[in-house]
Ligand binder design. Sequence first.
Ligand SMILES: O=C(O)CCC(=O)C(=O)O
Ligand SMILES: [Fe+2]
Length: 202
Amino acid sequence: MHTTCWERLLDSPALRLAPGFLDRLQADEVLARLDGELEWQRPRLRLYGREHTLPRRQVWMGDAEARYRYSGQDFTPEPWHPAAAWVRDRVQACLAQIDVPARFNSVLLNRYADGEERMGWHSDDEPELGEAPIIAAVSLGAERPLRMRWKHGVGKPFNVWLPHGSLLLMGAGCQAALQHALLPRRLPGLRISLTFRHVVPR
Ligand SMILES: O=C(O)CCC(=O)C(=O)O
Ligand SMILES: [Fe+2]
């Protein structure tokens, strides 16, 4: 079986990057299918009493019971697209090889048309995700940095550059210790990310 190479970015909490998770052809094909075949949404959100338009597009997908609250709104997942389900199975098999027995029942797909589109600072620590969630993020298209900063203490912020076809593992404890953001940058090109999660059914 194909063995994936991992870079250890942090040991505690575990933050790992597999730059060559998908090869070029696989990554190109999944990017094209997800871009062309999903109904990308740009929801309006109320934050601090003001209406905002999401500065990216997204699709929430998963098993029917994986309902989720995000930024004050309830989302019922779309059924699995075959390309997303294929990536999910690959991610789970790849994590099993490094003894991370994750099962993901949902994925948030984010579509950034160019470097202006973004995601602000947050941790994926909603109660629906349980105590110490494991999040696996697959990146397709334009390579951009995920900015990370520590919530406590004096550790410096840092960038994790996410190449086309890469897999980032944010292991148990990452969401409690760190926030992350995809900040705007003068970089051209479409990028799609898939952040796999396990939602504890209500
Ligand atoms: O696009 C990315 O790589 C970040 C996405 C993210 O943080 C999320 O979906 O929670
Ligand atoms: Fe996130």
